[in-house]
Design a binder for this molecule. Structure first.
Ligand SMILES: Nc1ncnc2c1ncn2[C@@H]1O[C@H](COP(=O)(O)OP(=O)(O)O)[C@@H](O)[C@H]1O
Ligand SMILES: [Mg+2]
Length: 263
């Protein structure tokens, strides 16, 4: 019950009062309901994260029993992709709504890729600059997977041991402009192979990147040679994604095929 009293004054003397009473039990009940709904959604994100972690642990265990390096690498990649999605759910389990500060995904993603690297002879330093603001989960999840692929490609291809390079420097820059979010990953490695073209790249990593960015996020990708010296030009990958424009929230006719070209 909410009560409010208004005195009735006659030349400064109180001659009576108006008592206003309002039954707010319904408002309170709805408040409680909203709070519990919010807590339930967070709890579900927490459980999804736990399940994804279980799946990735099982895959890791399975990978340890394999002897083929190619099969091991494939499982490692799957583990990383699953962990990047789990990160989004983990962050959402701490957030009140369906949006999250994207930077909180970027930092642990970079750490995850760094962990898999660490070879003392070929150190690679990562830097993150800028802010991406709050993103809805439907945008953050594909972006987290895309960023994982791009960072993994830097680790896998930019500093091949045969090239005997000094320490590598990688930067992830984030920003928002004109209702769009941009993400740039720059390295100072050996650069893209001659004749490389993003449209005809058939690797699984870039196929995932292309599909998620152009189909799911209605965005654009550019990959180009950096401006470094000719033996170490580096690579710049830039993504631009309109914010809020998620083309396909639910798969209407089953999953989108990730493969173009031969698997
Ligand atoms: N940062 C980079 N530096 C040099 N080459 C790269 C970089 N990113 C991608 N590439 C090239 O693009 C190719 C395709 O990448 P991807 O589709 O992820 O397949 P995979 O990583 O399995 O080879 C790589 O094999 C590599 O030649
Ligand atoms: Mg790759």
């Amino acid at each position: 019950m909410l009560a409010q009293t208004i005195p009735l004054l006659d030349h400064g003397t109180v001659t009576g009062a108006v008592l206003l009473l309002r039954d707010i039990s319904d408002v309170r009940r709805r408040d409680r309901l909203l709070l519990s709904k919010d807590a339930t959604i967070r709890e579900i994100h927490h459980r999804v994260k736990n399940n994804l972690q279980t799946i990735s642990s099982l895959l890791r265990l399975q990978g340890r029993r394999l002897s083929s390096p190619e099969a091991k690498a494939a499982l490692d990649e799957s583990v990383r992709r699953i962990r990047s999605i789990a990160l989004v759910h983990e962050t959402l389990s701490h957030e009140p709504g369906d949006e999250l500060p994207f930077i909180e995904i970027v930092r642990p993603l970079v750490r995850m890729v760094e962990e898999g690297l660490i070879s003392p002879e070929h150190p690679v330093q990562f830097a993150v600059t800028g802010q991406a603001g709050m993103l809805p989960a439907a945008t953050a999840t594909p972006l987290a997977v895309v960023l994982t692929e791009l960072l993994q490609n830097v680790v896998d291809h930019a500093y091949p041991p045969s090239a005997d390079l000094d320490a590598g420097h990688v930067s992830v820059d984030l920003g928002q402009s004109n209702e769009a979010l941009w993400v740039r990953v720059t390295d100072d490695g050996v650069g893209l192979p001659p004749g490389f073209s993003l449209d005809s790249a058939t690797g699984l990593g870039l196929s995932i990147v292309r599909t998620l960015v152009t189909t799911e996020l209605a965005g654009t990708i550019g990959m180009s040679r950096g401006a470094g010296p000719h033996d170490r030009p580096g690579t710049i990958v830039e993504l631009r994604v309109p914010i809020g424009a998620v083309v396909r929230e639910e798969p209407a006719t089953g999953p989108v095929p990730l493969y173009r070209g031969s698997p």
